[in-house]
Write a protein that binds this ligand. Structure first.
Ligand code: URA
Length: 262
């Protein structure tokens, strides 16, 4: 390829917003490469441990969903669910993540928030919403007398998508059984879906956040036999980029406060 061709392709990428050299599916560059062709194994013995890991990490999405459902079903406490999520190898995002980000806040709280996915800071610390958007989220909820000690918070994904890209429908489907069981174990009085990804995924709709916010929904987890009143709010990272929308976010917070105090 001539240098000017390469340059024009790069310029096109930059204009299209492609600013990270990453693939949708993470590659494990640290995986050992076999030095010699593997002998044909005709014995029924168990494969070596490193091959078991790579087989489970590349299992088909439908097999991963089945496994996630099985594990979610079997978890009878938050601690068991956390351990099941941490041990789960069916979501390829785990390969590039530093930490599994499970939850934060008060598991006894009446209010449960579900966001999208851990960002860079959350991946570093293993705590949901501990970066810049989390600081804004905390301020927003403190304004209605709900500091983090009065709510519980998790995400639709437990591992950071590389480069903070949008979660894929496949990743959301694989983690969903754990999220559904998480909500069923907390049994919150209200559920708050933070941002369009969480709202669309849990309410199973393609409607955008601007039309979803400002209304009340009810959510029923397959692992819980009651409907949970549910609210949708703008994601704080969107509010950091679009501060004019804080006015609408404040209205939504007041609705939540009124519901809790009525
Ligand atoms: N954004 C999210 O949706 N979740 C986090 O934990 C952090 C940022």
């Amino acid at each position: 390829m001539r240098p000017e061709e390469a340059r024009s392709i790069l310029e096109w990428y930059i204009e299209a917003g492609v600013d990270e050299c990453i693939e949708n599916t993470p590659q494990n560059r640290f995986a050992p490469t076999p030095v010699a062709p593997e002998p044909v194994n005709t014995s029924p013995s168990t494969p070596p441990a490193d091959r078991v890991v790579s087989m489970t990490l590349t299992a088909s999405p439908s097999a991963a969903i089945v496994k996630a459902k099985e594990l979610a079903e079997a978890a009878n406490s938050l601690d068991e669910l956390r351990k099941a999520v941490e041990a789960f190898d069916g979501c390829t995002l785990k390969k590039t993540a530093t930490h599994t980000v499970f939850a934060d806040g008060n598991p006894e709280a009446e209010v449960m928030l579900v966001g999208e996915a851990p960002g860079a800071e959350e991946d570093r610390q293993g705590i949901p919403f501990c970066g810049a958007s989390g600081q804004l989220l905390d301020k927003m909820f403190e304004a209605i007398d709900l500091p983090r000690s009065k709510f519980y918070i998790s995400n639709t994904l437990f591992w950071r998508p590389p480069g903070n890209r949008q979660p894929t429908p496949e990743e959301l489907a694989i983690c969903r059984p754990f999220v559904e069981k998480h909500i069923a174990l907390i049994k919150p009085k209200i559920l708050v879906l933070v941002g369009g990804t969480a709202a669309k995924s849990l309410l199973e709709t393609s409607t955008g956040i601007t039309r979803l916010r400002g209304k009340q929904y009810s959510y029923r987890s397959p692992y819980h036999d009651a409907d949970i009143p549910t609210f949708v709010i703008f994601h704080p990272s969107y509010l950091l980029r679009q501060p004019a929308q804080k006015r609408l976010a404040w209205q939504d917070l007041q609705e939540i406060e009124a519901f809790l105090n009525h």
